[in-house]
Design a protein around this ligand. Structure first.
Ligand SMILES: [Zn+2]
Length: 359
């Protein structure tokens, strides 16, 4: 790695519009004093990345200019920040993608994930968009970087961002020890929630999905039983103490409400589409259900990295595929097929063509 190779730019995964995803060489922005240059090792493809590619929007964030995707990245510092902040060259790091914004808005200050002006890597919520980090090299503020504990591989650490989302959601659920928990939606976030619940001492974890593949992954991560989403009767009989909704669909939220015990808490972490959603909301009154939102995370990534390093949080089965950056289009095609894939990783160091089986 030389400065010369940086000047020629870096291969990046860029969405130009609906269905228009390209791997192209982009010049690196000049690093400001508080910014480090990272050689990215792995990037996990997230639902929001897929939404920008398939629909040109993720929720209310609409694509208005080409944008480098990616916020689930890990890598190695090539140049530390010039101001001396953050980790130095050679340090392996995970990336916390959020930049909370100061402003006059009212929100609990200890919950910066609720800051209305907060930006996120690879997000079109603001204009100009916040460029992401699916790039062989990325220039990032040093405050985003979290040093990996020794012994933790970059590949396992690639799940730190979605695992932090899961960790935050389980924290929003309250004490889960000894309890019966229903997890609706067994995509990567749902499966990571299962893993975090197991670590937290949940007695029973019942995972739900429309496909068998994700349910098999949920079982590998600690689900004690699994149900198909179509089996409304079985879901209603669960009577869970706590439900985590990670499907992001109104049908999933309806299942969550049907499967909850009276007085239960339902944590909604799957992002519903914006606008009205048809759900049997009256159940929340007669059953005194507590509907609780869960959005991104705050400082949980440090706990997650430690739990991944000490082996108490086991997440590897979530990764089902790994592709080199040159195969990014195939990687996205695989990731959109939720019956066939869980978390799909891009390997930015591997310039060889073709995918490798995970594991
Ligand atoms: Zn993500």
């Amino acid at each position: 790695m030389t400065d010369h190779s940086l000047q020629s730019g870096a291969a990046a995964v860029v969405v130009h519009g609906v269905g228009d995803l390209r791997v192209e060489t982009r010049g690196l922005p000049q690093a400001r004093g508080d910014e480090a240059i990272i050689e990215v090792a792995y990037g996990g493809i997230c639902g929001s990345d897929l939404h920008y590619w398939l629909h040109g929007a993720a929720g209310e964030s609409v694509l208005r200019e080409p944008m480098v995707l990616g916020h689930e990245v890990v890598g190695t510092v090539v140049h530390g920040a010039a101001d001396g902040s953050g980790p130095g060259a050679g340090t392996r790091v995970a990336v916390h993608p959020a930049s909370p914004a100061d402003g006059p808005a009212r929100y609990p200050l200890e919950r910066p994930n609720l800051s209305p002006g907060c930006t996120y890597l690879g997000s079109a919520a603001r204009y100009p968009h916040t460029q992401g980090a699916f790039s062989r090299f990325a220039v990032l503020p040093s405050r985003m970087l979290r040093t990996l504990p020794s012994g933790l591989s970059l590949r396992t650490a690639a799940l730190a961002e979605p695992a932090s989302v899961a960790w935050h959601a389980v924290a929003r659920a309250g004490d889960v020890r000894g309890k019966r928990i229903l997890v609706v939606g067994s995509g990567p976030i749902g499966c990571l929630i299962v893993a975090v619940l197991k670590r937290a001492g949940a007695a029973e974890i019942i995972a739900v999905d429309v496909h068998e593949g994700p349910l098999a992954t949920a079982r590998a991560l600690g689900a004690t039983s699994t149900l198909f989403a179509s089996d409304a009767e079985a879901i209603a009989q669960v009577e869970a103490d706590v439900v985590l909704e990670s499907s992001g669909s109104h049908r999933g939220l309806a299942s969550a409400m049907q499967g909850a015990m009276r007085g239960a808490r339902i944590v909604m972490v799957g992002l519903l589409p914006s606008g009205d959603q048809p759900v049997p909301i009256s159940l929340a009154i007669s059953r005194e259900l507590e509907l609780v939102g869960s959005f991104r995370f705050n400082d949980e990534m440090t706990d997650v990295l430690n739990a991944l390093a000490d082996g108490s949080l086991h997440v590897d089965p979530v990764v089902t595929h790994e592709y080199s950056i040159g195969q990014a289009l195939e990687a996205f095609e695989t990731a959109r097929d939720s019956g066939r894939s869980g978390k799909v990783l891009l390997n930015f160091a591997d310039t060889a063509a073709g995918s490798r089986p995970a594991g």
